[in-house]
Design a protein around this ligand. Structure first.
Ligand SMILES: Nc1ncnc2c1ncn2[C@@H]1O[C@H](COP(=O)(O)OP(=O)(O)OP(=O)(O)O)[C@@H](O)[C@H]1O
Ligand SMILES: [Mg+2]
Length: 343
């Protein structure tokens, strides 16, 4: 029997924890057996990993392969264990130096062609790894900026399994096509103007001095704000401009907000750190779980309240249930603070 191990990370809520990934190759019926409470996406790693290893020019061990994810009692979910599973199998097969594979934490989904795809939740995963004393983390190349937000940890970003194998063997990297960087989109005609920081600008609002002042007081003091007035007088327009008045997030809140959006898969491309107040506007008929969040222990789905963490939760023309849910979350009945009425 040959045995090798590496490490990866799982998520409980928006906190990452270390997962040991062990592979054992034994005699017996050829095949890959995955244990450690995997969900469906993780169970399908069997097929992805096998195809990716073969497309990377490596031999698939035609023996009985057991991969164990520990701690065995915690449910694991998602495809982010693929890279660690592939590396553990190749180390157990003796084609990678096992000692080099044991320390780093490896995160990433594999395509059948051996490409390493981005996964949600990289920031909390790397934060969790760094807190546990890990020194090196392997992440998909597309997740590099997010991983590099964590100080004191070496980030190895790879685009393919082949590139990672070269890195682990100490060989020069293969020539890989660089991902295309999307150029910034020019504003469309009639698109609202955005201030220096990219937020919608209060300069677009004509008049409404009283409502603007209410907005400024709300921003300065962090107060809730209820806007009431006739249709078309600019309530939505004003509310959407509140984030532009808010100061940048402090480092701790920025990391918390980024971790939430990373887990939800809503991190804007090209913006690894959410350092401006987020703005989240759920539909007026949103369900309770859309507001407070849902999911399970394996995979949380942050709701509107979490997605607005550190910023503005904008409930436009809400139905009673939405107001009630938000009010209860704020620890009081749905009285949303001072009411500003204006025409
Ligand atoms: N004070 C204003 N300055 C500039 N444009 C305005 C102003 N008020 C309204 N508008 C224009 O009218 C449009 C409609 O305003 P908005 O949707 O904000 O109104 P509302 O009060 O939210 O209405 P409703 O109650 O129907 O939701 C805005 O997109 C904007 O183009
Ligand atoms: Mg409106």
């Amino acid at each position: 029997m040959t045995l090798a191990r590496t490490r990866s990370t799982g998520l409980v809520g928006v906190r990452g924890y270390l997962v040991d990934v062990e592979a054992a190759i034994t005699s017996g019926t050829p095949g890959l057996h995955l244990v450690g409470l995997p969900d469906t996406a993780l169970s399908e790693a069997r097929d992805r990993v096998r195809a990716a290893i073969m497309h990377s020019g490596e031999e698939w061990p035609v023996r009985h392969v057991t991969v164990a994810l520990g701690p065995a009692g915690l449910p694991k979910s998602g495809a982010s264990f693929d890279v660690a599973i592939a590396v553990a199998i190749l180390a157990a097969a003796g084609v990678l130096p096992a000692s080099v594979c044991a320390e780093p934490v490896m995160i990433g989904e594999l395509g059948l062609d051996g490409g390493v795809r981005p996964v949600p939740g990289v920031l909390p995963a790397v934060l969790g790894a760094a807190e546990a004393g890990v020194r090196t983390v392997v992440v998909p190349r597309a997740n590099r900026p997010e991983a590099e937000l964590v100080p004191g940890i070496k980030v190895v970003a790879v685009g393919t399994l082949r590139a990672l194998l070269c890195e682990l063997r100490g060989e020069p990297p293969p020539l890989e096509p660089e991902p295309d960087d999307e150029p910034p989109r020019p504003p469309l005609p009639g698109e609202p103007s955005r201030g220096r920081r990219g937020a919608l600008d209060l300069a677009d609002v004509r008049g409404q001095a009283e409502a603007r002042r209410a907005l400024e007081i709300s921003a300065a003091g962090g107060h809730h704000l209820f806007l009431a007035g006739p249709p078309g007088c600019g309530k939505t327009m004003l509310a959407e401009r509140l984030p532009g008045l808010l100061p940048p997030l402090d480092r701790q809140t920025a990391l918390e907000a980024t971790a939430i959006h990373s887990v939800a898969g809503t991190l804007p491309p090209g913006q690894p750190l959410i350092d401006r107040a987020p703005f989240h506007a759920p539909h007026h008929s949103a369900s309770r779980s859309a507001i407070v969040g849902g999911g399970s222990g394996r995979r949380v789905r942050p709701g509107a309240v979490s997605l607005a963490h550190g910023g503005v939760l904008f409930v436009d023309d809400p139905r009673d249930q939405v107001l009630h849910t938000v009010g209860v979350l704020q620890g009081h009945r749905p009285r949303m603070g001072p009411v500003y009425r204006y025409a």
